[in-house]
Design a protein around this ligand. Structure first.
Ligand code: ADP
Length: 279
């Protein structure tokens, strides 16, 4: 005999009751703050750290802001936060009784990061996974975002903090960032498979540090070989949306907190897709 619960909504994914009639697992997705407005959420992921995930997140935010959208960045890379630095944000976020207000960059991009919460932004975060996971969850549930597009700079790799983000934040899709060397290893494949298992659509692949433009003739020098990114994208059935060169001007802008002044249009094809995906 199947046991039924009073007030059954017949929506097992949002129900927390233990019930013999359950037909699907409970969803772990969390609601954002009741006063927040978030129209689209995209995660920026990479197989490992240092491939330019934060660079891609920052540039996408800048491009979408220039197109007239309201934009936010959630820096979920809690142990390696680099978003506030890129945007020259050194002040602290303001908290109310039950909410947190994001910091706002010069061009109006809303930013939340562990670095705008710590007393000293040079303090290392030496917390264990569950604590970090709790902080990232609060970046979603407790922050009063007011954005058309929220970009989540995900923790690198496929560890438990990434898993939390996938489970708790209703991502519209992810952009996978890779370096040329990464393509030959299995780290990209693992990130792609994680998204597939979590049922999150993959917008496409961005290869960062693909080539160096010759300073004299502009010819593209592919230090790690040409054509590998296309091949990897094909193998995973993904669109290769952009290939970004190594550009010392970009490193300088990040170091000086002036990424909003960047002139690169390398990620415009990604911005086009995100803009086209909105209803
Ligand atoms: P991740 O977020 O994947 O750890 P970052 O975006 O922080 O990586 O990039 C690592 C470093 O490389 C940073 O100093 C960043 O400014 C620099 N960088 C990233 N992409 C480029 C690029 N295309 N050209 C020049 N420097 C870059």
């Amino acid at each position: 005999m199947s046991e039924t619960i009073e007030n059954c909504t017949h929506n097992c994914s949002t129900c927390g009751e233990s019930c013999a009639s359950r037909t699907s697992p409970q969803s772990l997705l969390k609601e954002h703050h009741p006063e927040a407005t978030v129209r689209h959420v995209y995660g920026i992921v990479s197989g490992k750290g240092g491939v330019g995930k934060s660079m891609v997140t920052s540039q996408l935010a800048v491009l979408m802001r220039r197109r007239g959208y309201t934009v936010g960045i959630m820096d979920a890379d809690v142990t390696g936060p680099s978003i506030p630095q890129a945007f020259g944000i050194h002040e602290k976020a303001i908290g109310t009784d039950d909410a947190l207000l994001p910091c706002v960059s010069e061009s109006g991009i809303q930013v939340i990061s562990i670095n705008v919460l710590l007393d000293d932004e040079t303090d290392p975060v030496i917390w264990r996974g569950p604590v970090i996971g709790g902080v990232v969850q609060q970046f979603w549930t407790d922050v009063i975002w007011d954005v058309d597009y929220l970009f989540v700079d995900m923790p690198p790799g496929t560890g438990d903090v990434s898993l939390n983000v996938f489970q708790q934040i209703p991502l519209d899709g992810i952009v996978v960032v890779t370096s040329p060397q990464d393509l030959v290893s299995m780290v990209v494949e693992k990130a792609v498979k994680m998204a597939e298992k979590m049922g999150v659509p993959i917008v496409g692949l961005v290869e960062n540090m693909s080539y160096v433009p010759c300073p004299d003739c502009g010819k593209k020098i592919f230090l790690f070989g040409e054509g590998k990114a296309e091949e990897a994208a094909r193998r995973h059935g993904l669109a290769l949306l952009a290939q970004m060169p190594i550009d010392p001007a970009l490193t300088k802008l990040v170091d000086e907190g002036r990424i909003e002044e960047m002139r690169s249009e390398a990620l415009s094809p990604v911005a086009d897709v995100l803009e086209g995906a909105k209803e």
